[in-house]
Design a binder for this molecule. Structure first.
Ligand code: HEC
Length: 203
């Protein structure tokens, strides 16, 4: 009888200690890991303190005069849209192929149309709920901008227009510029631009 009681007690203790190891109970304590594998490793996370360096920071500044590989741009004007002498690049460096234009269309519809709408006139869904109005991309002032200036605007923003250089890659931004040009061209198109055999289909 005595031994049965002790066995029962031991079972209860064993069961409750096992349950205590389950991590799906809300607790601020770290779970008990019998086999921690490589879950805990000594490492520094960004902005952490370190006693190793004299300034007490774990994050180090880049060595003076060096550049990380991701930041290196072989062609500065391609990356910024600004050519030597601080003038905007006149022409899109991307070749005007059908693929690039179609790619620009996809990216424009994704990133620009919420505000500028798919035609570029500026009546997207976002401004319908806001107090500001995006520029009409068919205004003479914007049509007369060189390609580099449009690239610069969509990369860095201007007044209430936000910049998209972190969201959209350089290649994609130039493809968008090419597509904006196509939109502007089509907006100003006349009946003579339409191939003769398709003119009947256009009102
Ligand atoms: C969140 C809304 C929003 C999005 C998204 C947006 N724009 Fe704009 N855009 C604006 C607003 C607002 C203006 C008007 C800025 C002003 O004049 O204050 C503007 C103005 C512009 C202008 C004219 C700048 C000038 O000098 O007047 C260009 C060109 C332009 N946008 C291109 C783009 C392109 C290309 C994209 C896609 C990458 C894009 N925008 C995405 C809101 C947006």
């Amino acid at each position: 009888m005595q031994t049965r009681r002790i066995t029962q007690l031991l079972l209860v203790v064993a069961a409750s200690s096992l349950l205590g190891a389950c991590s799906n109970f809300p607790s601020r304590q770290p779970p008990i890991w019998v086999f921690p594998d490589m879950k805990r490793q000594d490492k520094y996370k960004p902005q952490m303190h370190s006693d190793f360096f004299a300034d007490g920071r774990a994050s180090r500044r880049p060595v003076a005069g060096t550049l990380s590989q991701e930041m290196y741009r072989a062609d500065e004007s391609l990356a910024t849209g600004v050519a030597a002498g601080n003038t905007y690049l006149a022409r899109n460096p991307l070749p005007l192929t059908k693929e690039n234009l179609l790619h620009g269309q996809v990216k424009f519809n994704t990133y620009c149309s919420p505000c500028h709408d798919r035609t570029g006139s500026g009546r997207g869904v976002v401004p319908s709920k806001a107090t500001w109005v995006p520029g009409n991309l068919h205004d003479d002032r914007i049509v007369n901008m060189v390609d580099g200036e449009i690239y610069h605007v969509l990369s860095n923003g201007r007044r209430s227009m936000p910049g998209y250089r972190f969201q959209i890659s350089e290649q994609d931004r130039w493809a968008i510029v090419a597509y904006v040009r196509a939109l502007q061209r089509s907006w100003r198109g006349t009946m003579t631009d339409v191939p003769a055999d398709s003119q009947a289909k256009v009102r």
